[in-house]
Design a protein around this ligand. Structure first.
Ligand SMILES: Cc1cc2nc3c(=O)[nH]c(=O)nc-3n(C[C@H](O)[C@H](O)[C@H](O)COP(=O)(O)O)c2cc1C
Length: 199
């Protein structure tokens, strides 16, 4: 049975376009994989803490030497990585907020980039250890970044591609609902994004 992990990083709940687009991607995955199990995780309400010294110290400590303090610090990372490793498909809703991803998604990323667990350093550079996943990003923005004058500020998609890629998640597709604040584009942006979904 296939497993789908849907990560939400919009705080706009019922109004959120990235949640709607993410759920459309999930529905298509379920059609293609009857019986697939879906786990939806709202990173905004989960509220992973900012990465700090005790978290990172625990990351660097060998398992057999972890103290109770380390185990407490590392629990966010363990939960996030277990959910990630367990999934076959990962759907990530990622709105543009102030020219970047939401800090809740960044906090989640900071807890899953773990040397020796999700990637390792080799003589040839970093090697990803999270293999065999298919990742789909539901990217939303008020402006248009895929083309035109704001293309140079297309930060979210390339960033996610880079950081997930370094952990081995290189099979990644981005579906965009763009121009959500631009009259003339906003009306059809979600429908166009849904129509663009090809798994
Ligand atoms: C706090 C905030 C900051 C935003 N910053 C940007 C931005 O920098 N660039 C942009 O294109 N759109 C920006 N937007 C518009 C959102 O990307 C747009 O509303 C999108 O629908 C958000 O995704 P969501 O509906 O899933 O929450 C911003 C919206 C909010 C609420």
């Amino acid at each position: 049975m296939k497993k789908i992990l849907h990560l939400i990083s919009s705080f706009r709940n019922g109004d959120s376009v990235s949640i709607k687009l993410g759920r459309e991607i999930v529905a298509k995955l379920q059609q293609a994989n009857p019986g697939a199990v879906v786990q939806e995780v709202n990173l905004v309400t989960e509220n992973y803490p900012h990465l700090d010294a005790p978290h990172f110290q625990a990351f660097l400590t060998p398992v057999q030497e972890l103290t109770d303090v380390d185990l407490e610090a590392i629990k966010y990372s363990e939960t996030a990585i277990n959910q990630l490793m367990d999934a076959d498909y990962i759907v990530i809703g990622s709105p543009f907020y102030n020219f970047g991803i939401h800090s809740a998604l960044k906090a989640w990323i900071d807890h899953i980039v773990r040397p020796g667990i999700t990637f390792r350093y080799t003589e040839n550079g970093p090697e990803g250890l999270v293999k065999g996943k298919k990742v789909y990003v539901a990217l939303t923005s008020g402006g248009v970044y895929a083309e035109g004058p704001s293309q140079a500020m297309d930060f979210n998609g390339p960033y996610l591609k880079g950081v997930l890629g370094i952990m081995g998640m290189t099979d990644l597709k981005i579906f965009r609902a763009e121009g959500l604040k631009i009259p003339g584009l906003q009306e059809q942006a979600l429908n166009k994004a849904i129509e663009s979904i090809v798994l």
